[in-house]
Ligand binder design. Structure first.
Ligand code: MN
Length: 262
């Protein structure tokens, strides 16, 4: 490989002809976490406690202890998160090959349908329609479902009703297509999970989790700013914390985008 590729990249980052887009929500105690049916254990919201703040507890420094679950805020799902990926090799965040943390990203815009249908479904037909316009999804790509759901705040984000949460997501067929026909690296959403709010009613329940992790693929959720990405051509940077046997991790997700794409 020519060493000019990296020097060209450095130059493009320097003159901002390649921009860095932040796809991450701020970790905040008010940011919602997924709520499971009451018979199951729940994951924790983000909490921050002051250790000292330039005071008698530490006169020249300020710092915090933080607590949160592996699946709080903008976060990465490893194959070990789901029973279907339980026995795969290198299935936890500390053992995944780091080459997977940098790579191409495709963005399928479902924002229009999701604006009028809170249970909007990404289907194989919609993926094929996207490919008609933008070309086939390359092997080993991230595929992100843009819904603009990240612009919702408070109770609207989880959108809980008597029958559980309502938010857009992929059908089982869409996920199977992305895995078996396109061999993607992972799938990401702007909602609290990679599955639809009503994903427990599919067969199998939570098909994105079940199929992705069973195939050794990854998930990203609670993403933001997907409206700032081109349909294809961007590079995603998504490196989870190196937690021993971790099933996922909060992380800073960023995209490199060519200036003329945005
Ligand atoms: Mn998760």
């Amino acid at each position: 490989m020519s060493e000019t590729i990296l020097s060209d990249l450095a130059k493009a980052l320097g003159d901002q002809s390649i921009k860095v887009i932040d796809l991450t929500h701020t970790l905040d105690p008010d940011f919602p976490v997924i709520i499971l049916p009451p018979e199951f254990n729940q994951c924790a919201r983000f909490r921050m406690e002051e250790i000292s703040a330039y005071d008698h507890r530490g006169p020249a420094w300020k710092w915090h202890n933080i607590t949160l679950s592996e699946h709080t805020g903008t976060h990465f799902d490893a194959p070990a998160h789901w029973i279907s990926g339980r026995d795969l090799p290198n299935n936890s965040v500390d053992t995944i090959n780091p080459a997977n943390f940098v790579g191409p990203v495709m963005v399928i815009d479902c924002s229009e349908g999701s604006a009028t249908n809170e249970d909007f479904e990404l289907t194989p037909e919609l993926i094929l329609a996207w490919e008609e316009e933008h070309g086939e999804i390359p092997k080993d790509s991230w595929v992100l479902m843009r819904t603009d759901w990240s612009k919702k705040t408070g109770a609207d984000y989880l959108n809980m009703r008597d029958d559980g949460p309502h938010s857009p997501g992929p059908t089982p067929d869409a996920i199977r297509f992305l895995i078996h026909e396109r061999n993607i690296r992972g799938f990401g959403t702007e909602t609290v999970g990679t599955d639809a709010g009503q994903g427990s009613h599919y067969t199998p329940p939570y098909p994105a989790h079940f199929y992705l992790h069973g195939a050794g693929k990854f998930g990203l959720q609670c993403l933001a700013n997907l409206d700032l990405l081109p349909p294809r051509g961007a590079i995603l940077l998504a490196a989870p914390l190196k937690i021993k046997d971790g099933t996922g991790s909060p992380l800073r997700v960023m995209a490199l985008v060519q200036g003329n794409d945005i």
